[in-house]
Design a protein around this ligand. Structure first.
Ligand SMILES: Cc1cc2nc3c(=O)[nH]c(=O)nc-3n(C[C@H](O)[C@H](O)[C@H](O)COP(=O)(O)OP(=O)(O)OC[C@H]3O[C@@H](n4cnc5c(N)ncnc54)[C@H](O)[C@@H]3O)c2cc1C
Length: 477
């Protein structure tokens, strides 16, 4: 990065704008090749945009628009991420989904949904009669007429996923520039001159993975083929005591306007109800609202009244990067040495590795030379497991005996130990703040939302700026 007045820094081969799940997946894929690659994000961490606040389902793509790029990349991405998650320690549970019909009209939609699934290459969908449905989901409200089972729909950790991608990329030599907002791009002789809030950068190729800002970055490159119209989705997180109420992800029959409100377990042992779908103007408006939450509780009461009687742990909202087009806005322009990866609306977590593979292929076709590094193919990192289904450090007697810090519980709601917090702070991508630590360890993510542990967690993180300064030194080294 060149501060004003300093000599220009060398021209990077590729600059990726945006370190969400899509940008980090692309960085991780390009890290295999002999390239000087930089990833820049305006935030203080990876995955602080839409990536951190979604429904966290690894979709099969059974309900995508057949023939769309999204359908193809969701299917491919799910296959790749299923495998990657196992290697990288990303929590993933194959709960399956049940798409429930509550009226004769909805029941009549099943044939079309099954047909669509087959056109999307998903053949395992099958009809579940009402008796079997209630045997499997006894807490469903009365009145369901039957369901379609999609056995491969899964739940996944949306926080560990971009962290794993970014860690792999950084270890392989990709330079991560956080707190770096791209403000403008001008064409120079064979490269792009990129101005940011902290100096200028140069790159031969630019990849735009800026999520809710992807249309604005596109406009800087002379694009203008789409406009982001943020669609807010609010969600309610129920307490872990609600988890036994729900077996599979419970989906509604979609309408042409919306996929509707679902009930889904989380990999942290909670239950989600949501999301809403509301168009908003402000690209930063992730507030939850009284109207939105009331509408969710009303919908939840019709699906599973026992669930809405449980305690609420938290509420949150995420913004989908919707556009005037139905499909992803991905295109590579060889004359401008530019890849636009925008409008990744509702399925980007699932499709991330499929998108990355596709973008790398398109870049190669457009003239970016992709030469594998000799004998140095990066391997997935193994991240600390933060799911509920597997074994955590506090449950591991041998580990505690070897290192008592894993037996010193700091966050009692989520059973997070001092050892895990210490490890997160010493990791290749340490957190910059409490929210970042939460996404790495689950500390403060539980029932009390940090009421009892936040002070100790904060003191373990050190003086304000301490962890951050340490992290900048490491990431930018
Ligand atoms: C309510 C909801 C539910 C969802 N459920 C699911 C689901 O169950 N399964 C699924 O697969 N997907 C789901 N999604 C979609 C998924 O979350 C997104 O598709 C995905 O997170 C998009 O990732 P991204 O990297 O494109 O965008 P982001 O995560 O938003 O990342 C973009 C990054 O670009 C950075 N940036 C922006 N402008 C600039 C700039 N000028 N300079 C530098 N950096 C910049 C931002 O800081 C941000 O970090 C859901 C989305 C929502 C909102």
């Amino acid at each position: 990065m060149t501060a004003p007045g300093s000599p220009p820094e060398p021209v990077a081969d590729v600059l990726i704008v945006g370190a969400g799940v899509v940008g980090t997946a692309i960085a991780r894929t390009l890290a295999r090749y002999d390239l000087d690659c930089v990833i820049a994000d305006a935030g203080n961490d990876v995955g602080t945009g839409t990536t951190k606040a979604n429904t966290a389902i690894l979709h099969t793509g059974f309900d995508a628009v057949p023939g769309s790029l999204e359908s193809r990349l969701v299917r491919r991405g799910a296959e790749l991420l299923r495998d990657y998650a196992q290697q990288a320690g990303i929590p993933l549970e194959r709960t399956g989904a049940l798409l429930v019909a509550w009226s004769a009209d909805q029941h009549a939609e099943f044939a079309g949904i099954e047909d669509k699934a087959r056109h999307n290459g998903y053949l395992a969908i099958r009809y579940v009669p009402a008796a079997e449905l209630y045997a499997r989901e006894p807490h469903l409200a009365p009145g369901a007429l039957g369901a379609l089972e999609i056995p491969d729909e899964s739940i996944i950790c949306p926080w560990t996923t971009p962290l794993a991608y970014a860690t792999e990329a950084v270890r392989a030599g990709v330079r991560l520039r956080l707190r770096t907002r791209v403000l403008g791009v001008t064409a120079a002789d064979g490269w792009h001159e990129v101005s940011t809030n902290s100096g200028s950068m140069r790159c031969r190729w630019l990849v735009n993975a800026a999520g809710l800002e992807s249309d604005r970055i596109d406009a800087m490159l002379g694009g203008g083929g789409f406009t982001i119209a943020p669609r807010r989705g609010e969600l309610i997180v129920f307490d872990k005591l609600a988890r036994p109420l729900v077996g599979a992800i419970l989906l509604p029959v979609p309408t042409p306007q919306t996929k509707g409100v679902l009930v889904a377990p989380t990999v942290y042992g909670n239950v989600l109800l949501g999301p809403t779908a509301q168009d908003v103007f402000d690209r930063g408006d992730t507030a939850t609202t009284g109207t939105g939450l009331s509408s969710l509780l009303a919908a939840g009461r019709k699906i599973m009244p026992d669930l809405v009687r449980e305690e609420v742990t938290a509420t949150y909202a995420g913004l989908r990067a919707a556009t005037e087009h139905r499909d992803y806005q991905i295109r590579v322009d060889s004359s401008r040495r530019y890849a636009c990866v925008g409008g990744i609306r509702s399925t980007g977590l699932t499709a991330s590795l499929g998108i990355a593979e596709y973008v790398a292929d398109q870049l190669a076709e457009a003239g970016l030379e992709l030469r594998e590094r000799d004998g140095r193919r990066p391997k997935p990192p193994v991240l600390p497991y933060i799911g509920q289904a597997g074994r955590r450090p506090y449950q591991d007697g041998a580990r505690i005996a070897a290192d008592p810090a894993y037996g010193d519980i700091v966050c009692h709601c989520e059973r997070v130990s001092r050892g895990e917090i210490r490890d997160a702070l010493a990791s290749p991508l340490p957190p910059a703040d409490l929210d970042g630590l939460r996404r790495r360890t689950r500390a403060t993510n539980g029932r009390c939302q940090g009421f009892f542990c936040a002070a100790r967690v904060a003191s373990l993180m050190g003086a304000p700026g301490g962890a951050r300064a340490d992290r900048d030194a490491r990431v930018l080294a």
